[in-house]
Ligand binder design. Structure first.
Ligand code: LLP
Length: 390
């Protein structure tokens, strides 16, 4: 579909997902190990239509709050395909995870007793192997002092305590970080997980959950491995180090939907080499949070050659609201459509209403048709939270 048609039908900013790209990614994961359970990292974008699309391909969901759990349940994801995470789960969350039949990932020693009391039956224990993944520090999760999971000795104690409490300890979990561009650190992590499993007396895992983390390519100078390459290497290593039968769980978020989504903005004010879009840090805070870089093109003039380097600013009331520091474009004009590729993951899910800006809509495009999968917010939606305005 043409960007101009999408913009005029659904407005801008608009997040446009390609259904076939999502499906291709899901199938790539399924090919890596047809017996594995692949659970979508719902936090990348909690959305019923996307969860349903993935569920129809046999994927489950990794959820970490009541909200994400409810999105997955509304999409019809079965309990045995739900993995419930969180470094600070409330008792209500533990009870809801238990009622949904989810596999709960224990993240702390004190959680063993609380999980039992909440009626949880099956658990994994999250290992923190002490690896500083090469990615932005805010999205590393397995370094020493991480708030997530348990270092090896504590993980071994958690397995023993959980078994003593009558919980079914199905296996172990590890996830070292997000937007990863190399597999070797993750290989070390899964090897450490296997070592920990060996050190648990009188217990053998049925499940190894090897997490998510594979990045997507946002800019032309970035390189990330293919799904088959990255996940394939991890799976091979686990199988080589642990020849006994064991089921694998994979938890990709961004690598399922990131590349499949682009954001369409309309350009407004152009001052010298700075052009402003009709959104910015409220629909994509990743440049501010992680120094994220993106490419862009003028979707309505995609066949024109770039003539200069431009900075893309947002419409918010602060100078740091810059979406792209530097991008080559033909001279942009008010009314042009700017497409920012590879923005399908962790954009809308982290969007805010800063400056009273309603959050964008999202559509899923396939076979020349676009389906609205998230409606655009309105100013009335925002006012509804003020008690005397609702
Ligand atoms: N499993 C666990 C336990 C996780 O914590 C995460 C992501 C995933 C799986 C999925 O990771 P992925 O395959 O999407 O990398 N807001 C950040 C990303 C935070 C990731 C949080 N955990 C960003 O915009 O880069």
């Amino acid at each position: 579909m043409r960007a101009a048609a999408l913009a005029s039908e659904f407005g801008t900013p608009l997040v446009v997902y390609c259904r076939n790209t999502v499906l291709a990614r899901a199938r790539a994961y399924a090919r890596v190990d047809p017996d594995a359970l692949v659970v979508y990292g719902t936090k990348a974008f909690p959305n019923v239509a996307l969860l349903r699309l993935l569920a129809a391909e046999g994927l489950g969901a990794d959820v970490s709050t009541l909200g994400e759990l409810e999105f997955a349940r509304r999409a019809g994801v079965a309990g045995e395909r739900l993995v419930f995470h969180g470094n600070n789960k409330s008792d209500t969350e533990l009870r809801s995870a238990a009622a949904a039949g989810a596999l709960v990932v224990l993240d702390a020693l004190e959680e063993v007793e609380r999980a039992r009391a909440a009626g949880v039956r099956s658990v994994l224990v999250r290992l923190t192997p002490g690896i500083e993944a090469e990615t932005h520090r805010a999205i590393r999760t397995a370094h020493a002092e991480s708030k997530f999971g348990l270092p090896p000795d504590d993980a071994i104690a958690a397995v023993a305590n959980a078994r003593a409490a009558g919980l079914d300890v199905a296996g172990l979990h590890v996830h070292i970080g997000s937007q990863l561009s190399r597999a070797d650190e993750s290989v070390v992590a899964v090897e450490r997980m296997v070592d920990v499993a060996r050190r648990c007396p009188g217990w053998e895992p049925r499940v190894f959950n090897i997490g998510g983390g594979l990045g997507v390519r946002h800019t032309l100078d970035e390189r990330v491995p293919e799904v088959e390459e990255f996940a394939g290497e991890l799976v091979q290593h686990v199988r080589a180090r642990w020849p006994q039968p064991v089921r694998l769980i994979l938890e990709p978020g961004r690598s399922l939907i990131g590349q499949a989504g682009l954001t369409l903005y309309e350009l407004g004010a152009v001052k010298g080499t700075t052009a402003a879009v009709d959104g910015g840090m409220s629909d994509n805070p990743r440049p501010q949070l992680y120094g994220a870089r993106y490419e862009a093109l003028l979707a309505n003039r995609a066949d024109e050659a770039a003539t200069a380097t431009y900075r893309i600013a947002g419409k918010h009331c602060e100078s740091g609201d810059v979406l792209i520091e530097s991008v080559q474009l033909p001279a942009p004009l008010r009314g042009d459509l700017l497409a920012v590729p590879a923005t399908g993951g962790y954009t809308l899910s982290m969007a805010s209403n800063y400056n009273g800006v309603p959050r964008p809509a999202a559509v899923l495009v396939a076979d020349g048709r676009a389906e609205l999968i998230r409606r655009r917010e309105t100013v009335d939606d925002l006012l509804r939270f003020d008690p005397d305005q609702g």
